[in-house]
Design a protein around this ligand. Structure first.
Ligand code: SF4
Ligand code: SF4
Length: 163
């Protein structure tokens, strides 16, 4: 079985706090609905695992472009073709869930890596801050804060739980 890519969101936030000028590479797997193909693995991970899934979702109410909506699992989805990068959602989110660089209008294509390409996977790992992304034989392990995002990606994150 192919190894999984493990993205450590906890370490990634630490690296961003240590270096505010950091330019994070982006990993793309597949175009998602209404994303123009630019939805990144990191954004998918944030909305699935970092977001606290507020019942009243102030981010949705604050969005002037109706670009945010909840899916049937209560996970926020940003329609990048509607988003105007105003960052109102970032400002209003009480939990600092979103990383502001999700909302850049003009993307630097050199920072993008195609995770269906093994060479790109290697380049992506070496472009990320040390200790944030690795290949692993591990499986999903909630007791270690490791969760499965999709068939190739594991995310390490401190999930907010109400129970
Ligand atoms: S940055 Fe995009 S998703 Fe967020 S509030 Fe503005 S238009 Fe909506
Ligand atoms: S306000 Fe923040 S934590 Fe709440 S649903 Fe929106 S992104 Fe998630």
């Amino acid at each position: 079985m192919a190894q999984m890519l493990l993205i450590d969101m906890i370490r990634l936030r630490e690296a961003m706090a240590e270096n505010h000028d950091i330019k994070l590479p982006e990993a793309l797997f597949y175009p998602t609905a209404n994303s123009n193909g630019l939805k990144t693995v990191r954004e998918l991970a944030v909305f699935r695992f970092t977001c606290r899934k507020c019942e009243d979702a102030p981010c949705i109410a604050a969005c002037p472009a109706e670009a945010l909506e909840k899916d049937e699992e209560g996970i926020i989805n940003r329609h990048t073709n509607l988003c105007i990068s105003c960052k109102s959602c970032v400002t209003i989110c009480p939990f600092g869930t979103m990383m502001t660089d999700f909302f850049r209008h003009h993307r630097n294509k050199d920072l993008y890596y195609d995770l269906t390409d093994n060479n790109d996977i290697d380049r992506f790992i070496s472009s990320c801050p040390p200790g944030t992304v690795s290949l692993t034989d591990m499986k999903e392990s909630p007791e270690d804060n490791i969760y499965k995002l999709n068939e190739r990606v594991l995310i390490k994150e401190l999930m907010y739980k109400t129970d």
